[in-house]
Design a protein around this ligand. Structure first.
Ligand code: ISJ
Length: 372
């Protein structure tokens, strides 16, 4: 039978449902607090037994990935699975922050896609801490000033991939997660700015490149200026009459800008990938990826030999990059990513086979595959 409720009745139902949701969220937060207490008790017990206590780890990336995956899988609509998962992302973030909000270093400034990726991964209850360079992100996490760090690694608008990879070579940090962000650009202006008044368009050079066809078509005669980041472009647009910025939603929100045009990127499915770095190894979530750095002797067939163990075991590679080794001329290191976890038997076997034929093998960590 069709829904016969009146507007008043539906609103009364919504109010009643909201009360239930709120009570359930509070109950959930109580459970998260109890989990935290148990973790603390276990740590104290270990310490009393004379075991090295370390610090209590409240944040569990593998557990969060499992929770989000289950939410997506059992979703029946009408909301999209991703939408529901975003809501739960925020609930988990708030529950975790009851203990202590996570401090997350990221490649800034504010309003960049890396900033947006940080919030996407950790939720709004974490504290994002802007850093000027990728090196500084690594340093803040290594020193313990921040719990985690977020850096761009692939096809980025604001960071050099190679720089991130170079950092891993010297760092003892582990990868604890990945974040994927669709790159969506808008033409942004200070509120009330007319199209006629725009005399200059600022953006990061990559953003200008990603929107070149659209800009050539619609703004062929307007000056374009490359600036240090999308966040900086947005800041300039907010502060300087006549300046428009090409940047994403995060920058638009942060600097209170209006959209003269939306979705101006030339290729719709442009995604940037970010890595989360931390000090701890992450246990298996059941849907993981692993990254390693390996360097082989410079002889014919070396790369083939490095990849053959993966083929034999039927393990999918998700990425492979080459970087010149800084210790030896004409030697190369490979940054390889594949499906599976370092604790899985087949992955262990591959890694020990690789160890035998390489000069250097450094596991960078296993981490849950991006859910959102
Ligand atoms: C509650 C826990 O701690 C944290 C909070 C979680 C949550 O709110 O669901 C999940 C994992 C942890 O980041 C846990 O370990 O289960």
């Amino acid at each position: 039978m069709a829904d016969q409720r009146t507007l008043e009745e539906v609103r009364a139902d919504i109010d009643a449902i909201d009360r239930e949701i709120q009570a359930l969220i509070s109950r959930r937060a109580g459970c998260a607090q109890r989990v935290a207490d148990i973790k603390l008790e276990q740590m104290q017990a270990a310490s009393e037994r004379g075991e090295t206590p370390g610090e209590v780890v409240y944040y569990r990336p593998e557990r969060e990935a499992q929770v989000l995956k289950r939410i997506m899988d059992r979703n029946e609509g009408p909301l999209a699975g991703e939408t529901v998962a975003h809501i739960f992302r925020e609930i988990m973030s708030a529950c975790l922050a009851l203990e202590k909000p996570l401090q997350v270093a990221y490649l800034g400034p504010e309003g960049t896609f890396t900033h947006a990726a940080t919030i996407k991964h950790f939720g709004h209850a974490a504290i994002p801490v802007s850093q000027n360079t990728i090196d500084a992100v690594f340093a803040r996490v290594e020193s313990g000033e921040c719990n985690y760090g977020v850096v761009p690694v692939e096809n980025s608008t604001e960071g050099m991939v190679s720089h991130t990879l170079d950092n891993f070579m010297d760092s003892r940090l582990k990868i604890s997660g990945e974040v994927e962000m669709p790159i969506v650009h808008h033409l942004l202006v200070a509120p009330g700015t007319e199209q006629m008044a725009v005399t200059k368009i600022c953006a990061h050079q990559q953003a200008l490149a990603q929107c070149r066809n659209w800009l050539d078509l619609h703004w062929p005669n307007t000056e374009r200026e490359a600036v240090s980041s999308n966040g900086e472009a947005a800041r300039l647009a907010a502060a300087t009459p006549g300046v428009a910025a090409v940047a994403g939603d995060m920058a638009a929100e942060l600097y209170g800008l209006e959209k003269l045009a939306e979705h101006i990127e030339d290729y719709a499915d442009n995604t940037t990938r970010f890595l989360v770095v931390g000090r701890d190894e992450v246990p298996s979530s059941g849907r993981d990826k692993t990254s390693i750095i390996v360097s082989s002797r410079n002889k014919p067939g070396a790369l083939y030999a490095l990849l053959d163990p993966f083929r034999k075991a039927g393990v999918s590679l998700t990425r492979i990059d080459t970087r010149p080794s800084r210790t030896e001329k004409w030697a190369y290191v490979f940054f390889i990513e594949f499906e599976g976890h370092l604790q899985d038997d087949n992955i262990r076997a591959i890694v020990s086979e690789l160890e035998e034929q390489s000069i250097l093998l450094k596991p960078l960590g296993s981490y849950p595959r991006a859910v959102l």
